[in-house]
Write a protein that binds this ligand. Structure first.
Ligand SMILES: NC(=O)c1ccc[n+]([C@@H]2O[C@H](COP(=O)([O-])OP(=O)(O)OC[C@H]3O[C@@H](n4cnc5c(N)ncnc54)[C@H](OP(=O)(O)O)[C@@H]3O)[C@@H](O)[C@H]2O)c1
Length: 256
């Protein structure tokens, strides 16, 4: 059997949180290109409709699921819908990650808890509920989008890296706990990608020397450069890859 066959996701059901734009959209599109039916999550219905339309234009299969992943009731309802409509969930990509960069002294308790809820707790709960569905078929792929933040940190950034490193811990714990059930758990740690959210930074000419010096490939990542990693980890080609962090940063974190 050709190795390419092992990258097929035909018959798989996938949920990508924050899949309406940015890296989430690129990963959702890649899974759909490989044959999965993709449930694209986000809070803005219009953005999701555009994403679903783009996937369908490439002959992919997708639907929108508009909910805030930080809203536990909405999350429960969405998982219940997936169970009712599809009877299974094979792939979960925990991609949502809100950014709130400022000195720790400027955070009040509510802001800390809000960021940890969106960037960590919501993914813990969603993963737990997804694994329950995955166990039924003795198959699953849990993929968490973390960050190089935590390995290396920008000044004035404590809570976001704490959440992302928490997500790495979650990923490792799930790899051990769910491995016996045919469910793998891995992480993708992006470096600097020129998504919409980073548009101002990516256009900042003052950062060009920094990018040339610190990123060995000397440029920002294109959002579509995340897609191959997501497809690999979601597919049978990665059936023995469990508990791994796949860093995609153009070499930024290995440069001395
Ligand atoms: N881009 C980078 O350079 C980079 C670097 C390191 C790590 N990352 C990580 O990669 C992931 C994606 O980054 P990105 O730059 O592509 O992000 P992005 O452009 O900010 O996109 C985030 C997506 O998530 C959705 N979203 C945000 N909060 C949500 C919530 N509470 N519930 C449901 N959906 C929500 C947004 O749609 P709505 O606003 O419509 O809800 C949007 O579609 C994040 O976890 C980020 O931390 C990115």
């Amino acid at each position: 059997m050709s190795i390419f066959h092992r990258f097929s996701l035909a018959g798989r059901i996938a949920l990508v949180t924050g899949g309406g734009r940015g890296l989430g959209f690129e990963m959702a599109q890649a899974l759909a290109d490989a044959g999965a039916h993709v449930i694209v999550n986000g809070r803005t219905a219009a953005t999701l409709d555009t994403a679903v339309e783009a996937i369908r234009t490439r002959d992919g299969s997708a639907e929108a699921a508009a909910f805030d992943i930080g809203d536990r009731e909405a999350q429960r309802a969405a998982m219940a819908d997936i169970e009712k409509n599809h009877g299974r969930l094979d792939i979960l990509i925990n991609n949502v990650g809100a950014r709130d960069r400022r000195p720790l002294a400027d955070f009040d308790d509510e802001a800390i808890l809000a960021l940890l809820n969106t960037d960590l707790a919501a993914s813990i709960m969603l993963s737990r509920d997804a694994a329950r569905l995955m166990k039924r078929h003795n198959h699953g792929r849990l993929i968490s989008v973390t960050s190089i933040s935590g390995q290396v940190v920008m000044p004035g950034d404590c809570v976001y890296p704490a959440a992302k490193q928490g997500l790495t811990g979650l990923m490792r714990g799930m790899a051990v706990e769910f491995g016996p059930h045919g469910i793998t758990s891995n992480a993708i740690a992006p470096g600097w990608f020129a998504t919409e959210t980073n548009a101002a930074m990516a256009a900042n000419e003052e950062l060009i020397p920094f990018v040339r010096q610190r990123i060995p490939v000397q440029r920002w990542g294109r959002p579509d450069e995340i897609a191959g990693a997501a497809l690999f980890l979601a597919s049978d080609a990665a059936s023995f890859v469990n508990g791994h962090v796949l860093t995609i940063d153009g070499g930024m974190t290995v440069r001395m």
